[in-house]
Design a protein around this ligand. Structure first.
Ligand SMILES: N[C@@H](CCC(=O)N[C@@H](CS(=O)(=O)O)C(=O)NCC(=O)O)C(=O)O
Length: 214
């Protein structure tokens, strides 16, 4: 029996896991859902009602993308998606923290904008977008300091998966944002990753939400 990954077509969090499973040669069935619709089965597997969820042969579930990646690294260490040097490992995880946090801020801002205009909080939206702008500045600084194609060391790591997952999603979620001209090094690094086999096959696409969320 193969594992099942509950995913959503735009999900940057799920894309990290889809790439990691493919890089590690682990077969899995992709179950694409809209977690915001009442038809979703996500809550049956994750009390936090969030995807991605990796469902194992015994129907137990692994959830929270950063934890799923840590779990995969522990259970299927080859090929490694974390460097062997402990400081490089911790740095790769720090990069994932920033990218996941930028995704979280974008999700909060997205739903704030779904409220009636008079119910939207401008300072709350501004606070979320500051996190995205600060995160982009930080990613660009890190990318400009890298040695080669990858962010950490000379091989693909979760840092690359996290940055590409955020930027790929951001590029469709907020296509008019000027980050690609403001940060040409970040764009060039991201474009290089998107040419890799398992990045090509996991490109994000928009989803249609049926039910009211906020
Ligand atoms: N911290 C979580 C965030 C996952 C998350 O927010 N998933 C969204 C879907 S998507 O934004 O990735 O497309 C979700 O299931 N949201 C449903 C909910 O929050 O109730 C992770 O890293 O896995």
């Amino acid at each position: 029996m193969v594992w099942t990954l509950i995913s959503a077509s735009p999900s940057p969090y799920a894309r990290k896991v889809r790439i990691a499973l493919a890089e590690k040669g682990i077969p899995f069935e992709l179950q694409t859902e809209v977690p915001w619709d009442q038809t979703t089965v996500t809550p049956q597997y994750n009390p936090l009602e969030k995807l991605p969820v990796l469902i194992l042969d015994d129907q137990t579930a692994v959830y929270e993308s950063h934890y799923i990646l840590e779990w995969l690294e522990a259970k299927h260490p080859e090929p490694a998606l974390l460097p062997s040097d402990i400081d490089d490992r911790l740095f790769a995880k720090k990069v994932e923290v920033v990218c996941d946090g930028m995704c979280d801020a974008m999700v909060i801002a997205f739903f704030e904008r779904l409220r009636e205009p008079e119910k939207q909080s401008e300072p709350w939206k501004a606070r979320q977008m500051r996190k995205v702008e600060g995160g982009l500045r930080q990613l660009n600084t890190w990318v400009e300091a890298r040695q080669g194609q990858y962010l950490v060391g000379d091989r693909l790591t979760i840092a690359d998966l996290a940055i590409a997952a955020f930027l790929g999603w951001f590029a469709i979620r907020w296509s008019e944002h000027p980050w690609q001209s403001t940060y040409p090094s970040l764009r060039q690094y991201w474009e290089g990753l998107e040419e890799l086999e398992h990045f090509k096959t996991t490109r994000p696409s928009p989803q249609t939400m049926k039910d009211q969320v906020v």
